[in-house]
Design a protein around this ligand. Sequence first.
Ligand SMILES: Cc1cc2nc3c(=O)[nH]c(=O)nc-3n(C[C@H](O)[C@H](O)[C@H](O)COP(=O)(O)OP(=O)(O)OC[C@H]3O[C@@H](n4cnc5c(N)ncnc54)[C@H](O)[C@@H]3O)c2cc1C
Length: 388
Amino acid sequence: MIKDAVIIGAGASGLMCAIEAGRRGRSVVVIDHAPRVGSKIRVSGGGRCNFTNLNISADHYLSQNRHFCKSALSRYSSEDFIRLLKKHRLSFHEKQGGQLFCEVSASAIIRMLETECRQAGVEFQLNRRIKRVTNEKIFTVETEGGPTAAASLVIATGGLSYPGLGASDFGLRTAERFGIKVIPPRPGLVPLTFEGRDLRLFKALSGVSINAEVSCGTASFRGAVLFTHRGMSGPAILQISSHWLPGSILTINLLPELDAHALLLSSRQSRQEVRNFLSQYLPARFSQKWCEQYAKTGPLCRLTEKELKEMAESLSAWQVRPAGTEGYGSAEVTVGGIDTNEVSSRSMEAKKVSGLFFIGEALDVTGHLGGYNLHWAWASGHAAGQVV
Ligand SMILES: Cc1cc2nc3c(=O)[nH]c(=O)nc-3n(C[C@H](O)[C@H](O)[C@H](O)COP(=O)(O)OP(=O)(O)OC[C@H]3O[C@@H](n4cnc5c(N)ncnc54)[C@H](O)[C@@H]3O)c2cc1C
């Protein structure tokens, strides 16, 4: 029997698409090579699933086509997902920046989506390796379990990050097979690695966290920067990593709340050691180690006007050059993916191939940290679910 839709990928976007299409009375089959649905949802938000954000808007997404995500986001808001949670009596709480987390655990969200799928009559084929996909007016997906034919094929196989959780390049390969352009992918929301002198400093500071503003090109994020044995992590670094390209420099304002030059000038009579003076504003261990490399030793009052100015510059625009990232094994998302110029922003259907849809992280739409990526999965899945 030919189904209305076959969805490959039982993750966030695939499940939402299945629910929406099933509710419309469409016959839907979801196929996944993993034995369980929603593997990434289960680990998201440290197990508490940061499922959306109260400030959803296109400004929180990266894409070569900045306008693409607007249509789907405008038709599926954070309120829509909250309504679903309330229907299932799941409680949640808000953290800084409008991030919404599940009160109990991410598994509760998966159970909610599974229940919705069941009620919408969605069929599942899990633990199935896909052998072949063909398109002869209808789409046929062949697995070890046999063929499944459908009028629409939805690719919801996500990005490349966390291969241990079932991530694969299936979506990108399928797009290329159908002649659809792919923006080269790279890891995003990922810790950055360093080498040489910088790495020696960061290793010595491992475990220390500072509050800073990190910039790369025109992008800038304020938040915690955590030093690690391999380099830098923490929310501000994860955010900027999605904008970082190999070779480029990060500029870090270590005193984002203060005017460093005015602060040093107002304290220029101080007999305090520079590192002790700075430890009033930065963690003592950081201040000591950073001063060993970037500041003069001795009391502040001995610094010349020029030296004060140079130190203020180092404090407000400290420049570091990452050597790389920790890669897909540690990246929360993939930047790049299927070129959105090739896809309808209303339905997510490929412009060149009728009946073929791409949703979720497989597309070149990458959210900031804070629930934006799962929200994109819900919104794009919802959009396709209205038409398949
Ligand atoms: C550790 C971690 C924590 C995260 N925390 C958050 C968070 O708190 N908030 C947030 O907004 N985002 C978070 N994200 C990002 C978010 O989980 C993803 O952006 C989102 O799940 C993408 O949804 P998707 O449906 O596109 O893909 P996925 O949810 O990744 O689903 C893809 C599905 O496709 C299946 N699949 C892949 N290849 C094949 C194949 N060849 N054959 C068959 N099936 C295949 C996979 O098994 C999987 O079930 C986190 C990501 C990680 C890795």
